[in-house]
Write a protein that binds this ligand. Structure first.
Ligand SMILES: [Zn+2]
Length: 97
């Protein structure tokens, strides 16, 4: 019975570690816009600032993406779904470790 408990504990520890790693990776994805579109591989990061500028000048995100020439839905979602959290997260970064 003790061997079974030991194995169960080991598996639980492994699963918890895996979840921690997953959470870290997920938080990394939210920080800045990915360099390339996940689906088709077209580079998108170089237009992120232009996109923000156009949207901040009062145009809709649809018009901004049309203007920048992003026709595929997979590339458009890279812009529309991106949340920039780098400034918020950078405050809590511990550089001493
Ligand atoms: Zn794409």
């Amino acid at each position: 019975m003790s061997i079974l408990k030991f194995i169960l504990k080991f598996i639980l520890k492994f699963i918890l570690k895996f979840i921690q790693i997953l959470k870290l990776n997920l938080s990394k994805f939210k920080v800045i816009i990915p360099i390339r579109c996940f689906t088709c591989g077209k580079p998108v990061a170089q237009d992120w600032e232009k996109y923000n500028e156009i949207v901040n000048n009062g145009k809709s995100p649809k018009d901004a993406l049309d203007e920048l020439g992003y026709n595929r839905a997979c590339c458009r979602r890279m812009f529309l779904s991106n949340v920039e959290l780098i400034d918020r997260i950078a405050k809590f970064k511990n550089f001493k470790k």
